[in-house]
Design a protein around this ligand. Structure first.
Ligand code: DAK
Length: 257
């Protein structure tokens, strides 16, 4: 598959997507979003891929949605073009997606990182929601995901007053999983993704779905949802294999069945 704005690689059982618009600091234009979602879906449909890493460059994960593309847009154009459905498709990916982030993660770039399941950040990363400077506000999950991740006080400051977070602050506030040197952030994300991709595939997918359900449901509903997924796993060969391997003190061999 030929892409213009992304580079796609496979590292063992991990699919890697690199955003690649260096002259625009990986600003997320519609073409890039379309290609990125297409690549994610391709990896998600590939039974040999157990996790996806999404990255940019050391200088920029992404500087936000493409302002030049949006500048002249009308409300009706924004409403009816299908950008939103592209963002929704990221949520529908069933394998874990890890963002490997460095440099700027601003606006839609910060929102894209937060749409992933985990974030590995380099020390140089700066997270921000600067949309207020453009006379708008976050539109791809910033007010919701950021608030859930870092809490109301910090989210308000970032969204209303363009406060940027350093990588260390983002770690302290619970936005990112870990912070490592810029030289190794991608390797670290690939290593983490590789570990996850080597685990029982059906359990991984249902566990991801169940954690995400915590954002959508009451505790009672969420506990019921979790339990159903837990019981479901007893219909898989991997459950028999995993428990038998434990009992017999051997390594489990996962089938994804
Ligand atoms: N869009 C378009 N081009 C961008 C860009 C962006 N967001 N960010 C940077 N660029 C371009 C610059 O225009 C420049 O291009 P040339 O002038 O060389 O042609 C090139 O990248 C290098 O940028 P700078 O010269 O500005 O580089 P600096 O190192 O001086 O500054 C910076 C880096 C990241 C601080 C600065 O570029 C900057 O402030 N960029 C804009 C950051 C920003 O405001 N981001 C938020 C955009 S609004 C939604 C989906 C998504 C969204 C909303 C709704 N729906 C589906 C409903 C998201 C909205 C946003 O993200």
């Amino acid at each position: 598959m030929d892409y213009e704005n992304i580079i796609v690689e496979i590292h063992d059982n991990v699919g890697l997507i690199r955003l690649n618009r260096p002259n625009a600091l990986n600003a997320l234009n519609e073409k890039l979003m379309r290609e990125m979602v297409q690549a994610m879906q391709m990896f998600d449909d590939d039974p040999t891929i157990g996790a996806i890493v999404l990255t940019g460059s050391q200088k920029a994960f992404a500087a936000g949605a493409d302002i030049k593309e949006m500048e002249q847009a009308t409300t009706v154009e924004m409403l009816y073009n299908d950008r939103i459905s592209l963002w929704d498709k990221i949520r529908a990916v069933s394998v874990p997606v890890i963002a490997a982030v460095s440099g700027v993660a601003l606006g839609g770039g910060c929102e894209l990182a937060m749409s992933c399941d985990m974030i590995v950040a380099s020390h140089t990363t700066r997270f921000g929601q600067p949309e207020i400077n453009l006379g708008v506000m976050p539109g791809a999950g910033g007010t919701q995901r950021l608030t859930r991740a870092v809490g109301k006080a910090i989210a308000m400051e970032m969204i209303l007053n363009n406060r940027w977070l350093s990588a260390d602050e983002a770690y302290q506030f619970g936005l990112v999983n870990r912070v490592v040197n810029a030289e190794i952030y991608l390797d670290e994300a690939l290593r983490l993704a590789g570990e996850i991709a080597a685990r029982a595939p059906v359990a991984i997918r249902l566990a991801k779905e169940s954690v995400n359900a915590a954002y959508e449901m009451t505790l009672t509903e969420g506990l019921r949802f979790e339990r159903r997924n837990f019981y479901f796993l007893f219909s898989t060969q991997d459950q028999k294999e995993g428990m038998n391997a434990f009992v017999n003190k051997r390594e489990a061999k996962w089938q994804g069945k």
